[in-house]
Design a binder for this molecule. Sequence first.
Ligand SMILES: C[S@@+](CC[C@H](N)C(=O)[O-])C[C@H]1O[C@@H](n2cnc3c(N)ncnc32)[C@H](O)[C@@H]1O
Length: 285
Amino acid sequence: MDVLPSLADSSVDFIYIDPPFNTGRTQQRTRIRTTRDEEGGDRVGFKDQRYRTEVLPSSRYADRFDDFIAFLVPRLEEAARVLKDTGSFFLHIDYREVHYCKIVLDEIFGRDSFMNEIIWSYDYGGRSRKRWPAKHDNILWYAKDPKNYTFNYDAMDRIPYLAPGLVSKEKVARGKTPTDVWWHTIVPTQSKEKTSYPTQKPLGILSRLVRVHTNPGDVLLDFFAGSGTLGEAAAVEDRNFILIDSNPEATQVMRKRLAFAEPQFLDWKRQAKRKRSGRSSPSKS
Ligand SMILES: C[S@@+](CC[C@H](N)C(=O)[O-])C[C@H]1O[C@@H](n2cnc3c(N)ncnc32)[C@H](O)[C@@H]1O
């Protein structure tokens, strides 16, 4: 919130945020009940009547939730302000908060601006035996103007058919376009993509968003940037980026990760590809 007000109105083409849910500060809200009690009352009220007060257990979940939405709303309002008229906003959130977030986003952007709820489905970690294991995140997409926004259909990557026997060989070879349900692994621990940052999101998810929803030269913003996944996706696709994070560790990780996109690395696109394929790290040209 220190930085966002310094960005001009309608100055960025695309925003993606992946905020932390539990933002720390839990509101201490004391709830009390008062009952008339002439004998043991500890408070004196109207017409000198005595009341007994009891402290009631507070709803910790409600308190935490109120905090989260109160934390998020001013940032979402700033996002709407800095986004260009043709721009898109993406909120990456989990299944427990997505419904509340959609309600506030509908108010901020307008219900007509809601375009998709993308489900990122992964298959990792323990499996509950007591309910369906939750293995997805939700990404809400809002277009500032639902009649005029960037959507590069031809830039979509193609995915394999589930039942290739039911379609022609040509179609199998070409693959099909993705739907609003995206199957993608989490960032594997031993992969080259992995930074030391614990909440890092997969580059594959961010790259798909960047290719389809932005154009070369656009300005992309992530103000909960973490390890800088959006920055890498943007740099590799020849887009500009603004990354913000309140955690100095995140800034360090991003600097290292995005060194290949510094202007002095003139041929940074080639460097990025080299980095992905695991060959030597970029050198100054
Ligand atoms: C879930 S992580 C983002 C991960 C990122 N998408 C990635 O791929 O690495 C959320 C980030 O929000 C940052 N954060 C938390 N509170 C913040 C605040 N008030 N302002 C800016 N960043 C904040 C945290 O430091 C953390 O890096």
